[in-house]
Design a protein around this ligand. Structure first.
Ligand SMILES: O=C(O)CCC(=O)C(=O)O
Ligand SMILES: [Fe+2]
Length: 300
């Protein structure tokens, strides 16, 4: 495969460890502008951490921007990992559906990433998962604030892709979002990484990657988004030309220890309504009121 943006070394890192970090995809000023309404929507004063009662908040999406314009290097890197823009469902929209870690687990000593910490999961709460699922082509972490050591850096199990690949290969009938035996799967992993970085950094991860929210014991709000990027067609592990496999597909084949695979789902693809969306609907009216009050207007 020919890569337009990523170096051979970056692709090799993605194949071996399931992720690649793209630094400085947008400016700190752009991040600040995007974050403007975030604290009003949370309902908290950013300068008063002791008042942040809810430690983890996942906002709904209200505004969108095309990643191709907003963060061109992240877009180019994603395109390389997915095998070209013809395979991507476009536009790739980023939103203000912020995920804040405002002090998860700050009442106990910080624990480094390991199989023993809670919360390991594979993303994709909105579909039945198959080995070749197109709904989530990549997992992404977009950093809107600093993500510091012990400050809510997402934990990843960098050797989980082969483990999840084997699990999905054993389940051609598909797996519902809460049907992953995460306790067993994470027990097979050994390479744990705490992601850290600056506003504007973007981490592109294999869609199978097991990851977890970490403790944030620093008293500094950490805010990210996870804009998923979908494929137009399911992944294809049986391309006639080996050079046409994307790095995401190659990582699966390597994980299964085969050169190619004629995978066929044994059940229909299926959408699922996530609990996350129900929780966001419950927040919506209160958010509207706070936004209107902050602007000195009546709620629309
Ligand atoms: O908050 C984090 O660090 C990770 C969030 C996450 O994985 C999710 O919301 O699915
Ligand atoms: Fe996640």
């Amino acid at each position: 495969m020919h890569y337009e943006y990523l170096t051979g070394e970056q692709v090799e890192h993605f194949l071996a460890h399931g992720y690649v970090v793209i630094k400085g995809c947008f400016t700190t000023e752009a991040a600040r502008q995007w974050l403007q309404d975030a604290w009003v929507r949370f309902g908290y004063d950013p300068a008063a951490p002791q008042t942040w009662a809810e430690k983890r908040i996942h906002l709904s999406s209200r505004s969108y921007v095309d990643a191709r314009e907003f963060a061109p290097n992240a877009w180019l890197a994603a395109r390389d990992l997915l095998g070209g823009e013809d395979r991507m469902a476009l536009p790739w929209l980023w939103s203000d559906g912020f995920i804040a870690n405002l002090g998860v687990g700050d009442d106990r000593p910080w624990q480094p990433p390991s199989a023993a910490v809670p919360g390991w999961h594979k993303d994709g709460d909105f579909f039945r998962h198959f080995l070749d699922s197109p709904e989530q082509g990549l997992l992404t972490l977009v950093l809107w604030t600093q993500m510091r050591h012990q400050g809510g850096g997402t934990f990843v199990a960098a050797d989980s892709v082969p483990v999840v690949a084997r699990f999905l290969a054993e389940h051609p009938e598909g797996v519902l979002p809460d049907g992953f035996d995460t306790a067993r799967l994470i027990g097979e992993c050994n390479e744990f990484v705490e992601m850290t970085g600056e506003p504007g950094d973007v981490v592109l991860l294999h869609p199978y990657m097991l990851h977890a929210t970490s403790q944030n014991v620093l008293g500094l709000g950490r805010i990210i988004t996870n804009p998923p990027i979908a494929l137009r067609e399911p992944m294809n592990f049986n391309r006639p030309e080996a050079a046409d496999f994307s790095p995401v597909e190659l990582a699966v084949l390597r994980g299964l220890g085969v050169d190619r695979l004629d995978f066929r789902p044994a059940a229909p693809r299926e959408a699922v309504v996530p609990r996350r969306v129900l929780a966001q609907q419950a927040r919506a009216a209160a958010e509207e009121q706070r936004l209107a009050a902050a602007r000195g207007t009546d709620p629309a």
